[in-house]
Design a protein around this ligand. Structure first.
Ligand code: ADP
Ligand code: ADP
Ligand code: ZN
Ligand code: ZN
Length: 785
């Protein structure tokens, strides 16, 4: 697939050639990437690494794959835009292994998406006692279906027969493992009557429309407190089926509160409802472990069939490292090939540092780094060769101790005959590259050029920003800030935590560290008080429409719209892309989205406005010589100049832009859709916005994600300024430069999952290094020396 140009067979056999790429900020970039080698791409955040690796090479590979479908199939697919590049050849099928979370499908677990469950099902159908049916009988996503019907069309003798397909789905919870219930105390206040506003559902106040419907229905006395209702009255209020009644002379449909809100609120996508309704749903709907299957999602026959006393439910609940040992000990020649494949998959989990997970873990609860490593498992077992694997910072979430294993896996993929392209900042992974491509020298319009190509040794010796930082070692601080108070965590036992007591000092920079899966997030997210003074800034997707961008998210658009309106004597509303000023064809999105059933949706630029997002009338209005779409196309740094003085001078906008530059996002384009930002960029934009709020304590989860060593210095400067201004900062981090810079370190371990969950060290980095009694201490000692 994807041999677009066969005119240079020798070249395209051993390298991927890129000539003249102008994707995003790339300045006519030409580069050769050796095939079946491991190439690492380095450079500051925003320099253009993703534009080259994802935007050019991987994008063109996917476009070429689409072209291999028949004209008929292509008719159903949007035509992907060709990346802006003069020539690209030698590419093979690209597989992107990124940090995007693995869908929100609640039926998807670590086991289902890696095929480990499929293999276990076959294993239990062969060896389980008592013997059950087929492999399907162990699948919690397959319901049991029974019925009757004619078996064979056209067969005269065919008679009606009953059939049954035995699935493994628990009938009570339909394979979800949880049953939801509505907490009635959140629906009404029993002390009050309907006329006194007994119904506490948002939008159901006594004098509103729904309040009048229930109060005026005639089914009950609207002045009687609910606690005095008869069983019949309460039943009518809560559960009555839809009936037509007349209230105040108007024909309406009456329905009990539970069916009414089930339809109007609970069946909606929780992310699409208004915040106060979402808060109500989160209060009122309780999810409890299914009492029939004990949360295993499985039907009884599937739970009762065992191998050596272990059921498939037990197997999926075990920590994967334990499961691997159990499967390893099974000796059954009749299923030897299956066992071998299953062992291979389970061993991959352990090798990749995910041995602490259980197969039953819902994929929606995995962190970005865990999701990426789980996706990687699927490819390690794959028989494909000569594929181009593209990774986006695979070491995210990994302690220095875990990185060595990740490196081994990257090397293994290469040695199977694949081309491995990795965007990465960690020196440990840069060190194993066969070839390094450094992009820069800086971000945005100050980047986009190849600064270096060659070996790691040559890069370290070079006078590039990356080369200089690679050789550099930060030293330990000798002065530590004194705490101004503390948050006391007592008896924390979320997930794997072992009754942890720890004090988190306030007014200083605290780093929480430990190997992946040791319990850092469980401690910080599960046990920190969630009062208004603590804000958590993570990398999860930002809720919002496809028209959201840095300008709308940070509130920058407000003063900008006002300045445009004032300069032109028109309404400010015209200058937002979700108003009447929007391009009518794409409704202000700048692109037309096509959702495909089988693949991820695809966006193609809008023909009408050519991606400018506004109607042509609006684009006539100018401020300081620029129209609104030109302003939204500026980077933060460009906009800082533009709004600083002259006709466009807007201090309110300037202030917000400064905060964005402060968190290292000076290169970011103001109108870039939030959906295209990386996890690290999302986190930094949240940080820039949160700084303006009244919080006193900031909790950050791996803020160095996406940051070059040079960017990390800038981040540390920002954290220092926050602490010096009297704030408390707690970061979950593995980056050694950040650890070395901390005033206080809390190290969780010693291992992952059930082997972790304790505080193994608390104190200053100097004491951690001096003691070197923990894994973190050993690594930090080696790093600073
Ligand atoms: P890196 O991967 O090195 O952090 P990127 O390739 O993501 O850098 O970004 C390079 C430049 O291109 C930055 O100025 C960034 O703002 C811009 N850019 C990246 N993606 C988009 C996009 N989808 N739309 C507009 N500009 C973008
Ligand atoms: P860290 O942040 O140090 O990587 P975590 O706190 O995420 O570690 O995980 C600690 C343990 O808790 C692991 O065994 C992990 O599998 C488990 N765990 C974390 N989150 C969940 C969850 N949502 N459901 C079940 N187990 C979880
Ligand atoms: Zn159940
Ligand atoms: Zn348009």
């Amino acid at each position: 697939v994807g041999m677009a140009d066969t005119s240079h067979p020798a070249d395209s056999h051993d390298r991927i050639r890129v000539r003249g790429s102008r994707v995003n900020n790339l300045k006519d970039v030409s580069v050769d990437l050796p095939k079946r080698r491991l190439t690492v791409f380095t450079g500051v955040s925003g320099s253009g690494k993703s534009s080259l690796v994802f935007g050019t090479v991987a994008a063109e590979s996917q476009r070429l794959i689409n072209e291999t479908y028949s004209a008929f199939v292509q008719g159903f697919m949007p035509s992907l835009a060709r990346p802006d590049v003069d020539l690209l050849d030698g590419i093979t099928t690209a597989i992107i292994v990124d940090q995007e979370r693995i869908g929100g499908n609640p039926r998807s677990t670590v086991g289902t998406i890696t095929d480990a469950n499929a293999m276990l099902r076959i294993l239990f159908s062969r060896l389980g006692e008592p013997r059950v049916g087929s492999a399907n009988a162990f699948s919690f996503n397959t319901p049991t279906v029974s019925g009757s019907g004619a078996i064979k069309v056209g067969d005269k003798k065919a008679s009606k027969a009953t059939f049954e397909r035995l699935g493994g789905m628990c009938p009570r919870c339909e394979g979800m493992g949880t049953v939801s219930d509505i907490d009635l105390t959140q629906i009404y206040d029993a002390e009050r009557s309907l006329n006194e506003g007994a119904i506490t559902i948002p939008g159901f106040s006594a004098d509103g429309w729904y309040g009048r419907v229930y109060g005026g229905s005639g089914f009950f006395d609207a002045d009687k407190p609910i606690k005095d209702f008869s069983t019949r009255e309460l039943d009518d209020l809560l559960y009555k089926e839809a009936v037509k009644i007349k209230v105040d002379g108007i024909n309406i449909t009456y329905e009990g509160l539970i069916p009414r809100i089930t339809k109007s609120m609970l069946s909606k996508d929780i992310d699409s409802v208004q915040p106060h309704v979402r808060a109500f749903i989160e209060r009122a709907v309780t999810a409890d472990t299914c009492p029939d299957c004990d949360g295993t999602r499985l039907a009884e026959h599937a739970r009762n069939s065992r191998i050596d006393g272990v059921s498939i439910a037990d197997a999926c609940r075990m920590q994967i490292s334990d499961l691997a040992a159990w499967v390893g000990a099974l000796d059954e020649p009749s299923v030897a090939p299956l066992l071998e494949k299953l062992r291979g998959t389970l061993d991959s989990f352990v090798e990749i540092g995910l041995g602490y997970l259980a197969l039953e873990r819902p994929t929606g609860t995995l962190s970005g780094g865990e999701a990426q490593r789980t996706k990687m498992i699927r490819h390690l077992g794959s028989a494909l060769t000569d594929v181009t694997y593209v990774f986006d910072e695979p070491t995210i979430g990994l302690h220095p101790h875990d990185i060595a294993r990740m490196n081994d896996l990257l090397v293994r993929l290469r040695d199977k005959g694949n081309t491995v392209l990795v965007v990465e900042h960690k020196p440990e992974t840069i060190a194993i590259a066969d070839h390094v491509v450094d992009i820069g020298p800086r971000a945005g319009s100050h980047g986009g050029e190849i600064c270096f190509e060659g070996t790691v040794e040559a890069l370290t010796a070079s006078d590039t920003l990356t080369g200089r930082h690679l050789g550099y070692r930060s030293s330990l601080k000798s002065e530590f800030r004194r705490p101004t108070g503390r948050i006391e965590i007592r008896g924390a036992s979320t997930n794997n935590l072992r009754d942890v007591d720890v004090d988190v000092p306030l007014g200083v920079l605290v780093v929480v560290t430990g190997v992946a899966g040791s319990g850092k997030s469980s401690l910080i997210h599960g046990s920190m008080p969630s009062d208004a003074g603590v804000v958590t800034i993570d990398q999860t997707a930002i809720k919002g429409s496809r028209r959201s961008n840095p300008a709308t998210y940070t509130g920058l658009l407000e003063p900008v719209r006002k300045a445009f309106a004032k300069a032109n004597g028109v309404k400010p509303a015209l200058f937002s892309a979700n108003s009447e000023g929007a391009c009518p064809a794409c409704k202000g999105a700048g692109v037309i989205y096509t959702d495909l059933a089988t693949m991820a949706g695809v966006a193609t630029p809008c023909d009408e406005c050519e991606g400018r997002r506004f109607s042509s009338d609006v684009l006539e209005y100018r401020l300081g010589g620029r129209d609104i779409s030109e302003v939204l196309a500026m980077s933060v740094d460009e906009a800082l100049d533009y709004f600083a003085d002259g006709e466009a001078r807007t201090p309110a906008a300037h202030k917000i832009l400064l905060r964005l530059a402060d968190v290292g996002l000076g290169y970011l384009t103001l109108g870039q859709p939030l959906t295209t930002l990386s996890g690290g960029e999302r986190q930094r934009i949240k940080l820039a916005t949160a700084i303006a709020e009244k919080a006193t304590t900031y909790v950050l989860d791996e803020p160095t994600t996406g940051l070059h060593l040079a960017d990390v210095d800038q981040l540390l400067g920002l954290l220092d300024r926050l602490v010096d201004a009297g704030k408390s900062v707690v970061v979950i981090e593995h980056h050694q430069a950040v650890m070395a810079h901390a005033d206080w370190i809390i190290d969780i371990g010693p291992g992952a999952g059930q082997d972790g969950g304790s505080v193994v060290f608390e104190g200053t980095p100097a004491d951690l290094v001096a003691g070197a009694s923990t894994l973190t201490g050993e690594h930090l000692a080696a790093y600073v020396s």
